[in-house]
Every structure is written in structure tokens, then in C-alpha cells.
Write a protein that binds this ligand. Sequence first.
Ligand code: ADP
Length: 443
Amino acid sequence: MTAEPLLSKALLRLKRRNYLVCAASLLAGAVMHCLLTRSFSMELILSQLVWSACLGLMGGGVGAGWLPPRLTGVLAGLVGLAAATVFVHLTGGAQSPYLPVFAALPFILAMFTPDSRLPTLVGGVATLGAVAFVDMLAGVSPLTMTLRVMGLGMLLLLALFGTRTYRRLGEAQRLAHQERLDMLEQLAESERRRRHAERERAEVDRLVLVGQLAAGVAHEVNNPLAYVKANLNYLEHEVRGEDLPRVREELLGVIAETQQGVLRIQQIVMDLRGFSRAGGYGEERGGVLEEALQEATRLASVRLRERGEVSLALDPGLPAVRLGQRHIVQVVLNLLLNAVDAVEMADSRCLAHIAVRAWRVEEGVRLEVDDNGPGIPPEVLPRLFEPFFTTKPPGKGTGLGLALCREFVSRSGGTLHAENRPGGGARFVLLLPLVEESRPVVV
Ligand code: ADP
């Protein structure tokens, strides 16, 4: 810390104004005196001109930041004092009508450096000396002189008190400002933590979903792999045989089937890799529902296998929605897997029928996911979207899925709610606002 605190430009400008106002009043005082008394004193005008020029230069220097405000304040006080002494002396000394000007001097000094006690103290004490000096020259009695110095001393104390109040006020303001900054910093910090925790929760949920799919993946990949392998053996055998033209058509069919199997495996691996990768694709643009729903259905199919089916019914040409592509996949996949779980938990022999429908409405796109499970019990319904609320056995549910789904959807300006279908089973309804040009997509 330096003794001279760094002052803002606005404060320096304010200080400069003080100097200029004092310089102007010195000159104005001399001119007014000459005009009113109709006696032109060259001595008086010149001396006041010199003092006000000094003050003007000091003010310019302080305002530009070239001169240290505190030291210059002390000098300015002394210049003001000298100017007032000469003025009083040239206009009649102890009989001068301007004698009370001395009374105001401590305040003028305080005006130059309100943020420091020193200039007022030095200038004020010098004022007392000057008054005593003028009185001595004029042969004023010691008692009158003492009383006058005492009166001025009290004024000096008042001026010192004024600068102290100013300093305390400034300090209180600085503290309040600092407290505000600290609070803002704390707020920003807690917001950073909240976002971090949110990202971590989303990550956990995605990994849980990937884990849930993992068992199905092996089966899904194994199926096409088995017939790809069998087909390749068959092809090898046939190619080694002599009568290739005869079996040509059959071979082409086998090759097409093999290609399909390989494509299926490739698709499963691609979807799973895309989904399990943190911060994946499509975050910067709006989500295309058709693509996202097909991907979610493909991913869910590795878990569904022969336990049920998903039917998709989307209106053609649905516009892009504000919810990002990756989040649509995650939300719908959550709903599909929950539906399979619900059906399975109610009756393990029952096949799940899940219907996903989407169509254009006034607010954007309405998406409904219906299942043929047992529906949602009335006591569960109000708690469905609470984080960590689950009715599944330990190790199977985290209770994070629906809470996160709702968070993603509402951050994009949409809504997600659940209800029981009149005919039985649960229904999850999403209202997804469309991408607007002016608003960036939230993912
Ligand atoms: P988790 O699946 O880990 O339990 P969720 O937040 O996804 O967490 O689901 C919370 C609870 O909501 C589930 O435990 C279940 O009781 C209920 N639930 C979700 N989907 C359905 C559904 N389709 N049918 C009946 N209950 C459901």
C-alpha cells in the first residue's frame, strides 16, 4: 500500500474544480473590492492575480495526476492563507472589513484535501499564527488577540472534524462496495458450483443409462454376428464349389443379409459410442426430433429385445426444437427404459408396447410417450420428478432420470409432466418450444 492512495479520475477532477473555484474567488474578491470602494489598487490586483495563478496551476497539476494531491493540498492551503493575509493587510489590516475571512480559512483548507487531516491542521495552525501576527502589527490587546485565536481555533477543530467525517464516510462507502463485490463473487462461485454439480448429475445419469443398455448390447450384437458368421462360412463353401452361376442369385441374397447384419452392428456401436461420449453432438443447434427419436428407439431396442416394441408416429416435417439433440435422446431414452421397467416389474411375461407420438401444436411440438404398464400410483405421482426418488430396487434405479429430464426440458423453455392414461398405463407429455432465430439453443 502506498501512502497516497490511487484516486479515480472523477475524484481528481473534483479536486481540480476546488482549486479553480478558489482561484476564481480570490480574483473576484479583489475586483469586487476595487469596484465597490472605487479605488483601484494595482498592488492588490497583482498580488491576487499571482495567488490565483498559483492555485490554478496547482489545480491543473492535481487534476492531470502530475502533482500529489495531499502535498499540493498543504501548499494550496498555505497559498490561500498568504493570499488572505495579504488581502486583509492591503485592505486595512486589523481594521479591514475582511478580517472574518480568517475564520473561513480552516474550511477552505479542508475543502482542498477533505480526505486528509494534515493540510487542514498545518494550514489552520498557520492561520492562527497569521491572525496573531496581523493583530500584533495592529497593536491589538493581548486579551482580544487570545480570544480571537481561541475562536478561530474552535473553527479549526470543526473543520478537522468535518474532514474526519468525510474520511469515515468514504471508508464506509468503500467497505459497502467491497461487501457488495464479495457477495457478487460468492454468488458467482455458488452458481459455478451449482452448474458443476448439475453437469456431474447429468453425467451420472447418462452413464447409468449406458450401463442399463450394456447387457442388451451384447445380445443385440451377437444376433447379427451369428448369422454374419454363418453366412460367411456358407459363402466360402459355395465359392469353393464349381457351379457358381447356378447359385449366383442365392449368393447375392446372402451377401445382402450379411451387409445388413454388419450395418446393424455398426449402428448399435455408433449410437452407444455417441451417447456415452460426454459433451457429444448437436449441442449448439436445435434438436431434430425425427433423428433423435429414432436414435433413442434404436438404443432402447438393445434393452427391449423380445420384451416389447416401440412404435413411432411423428407428423412429417416437424420443425427443430430448442432442446438439443443429445438431450432429446437422453430424455426419450429415459422414458422408454422407464416404461419397459414398469411393464416388466408389473408382469415379467407381459410385452411392453410403447407408443411415441409427436405433432405440431401452437406452443411448439407436443410429444407423448404412452406405455401399457400399470400406470403411476397416486402416491408416487407428485414425487415422480424429485431427484433421487425411485421405487426401483437398489442398484436398479437412481431416481435421477426424470428429475434431469424435467430440468433439461424446462431449461429449453418446455414442460414435462406425467399422467395416467384413461385406458391404463402411464403417459409422459412433453411440450417443446421451437428454435427461434434470436435465442440460442439451450442444451
Ligand atoms: P429411476 O428410473 O432411477 O427410478 P426416474 O426418475 O427415472 O428414476 O423414475 C422415478 C420413478 O418414477 C420410478 O422409480 C418409477 O417409480 C416411476 N416411473 C417412471 N416412469 C414410469 C412409468 N412409465 N410407469 C410407472 N412408473 C414410472
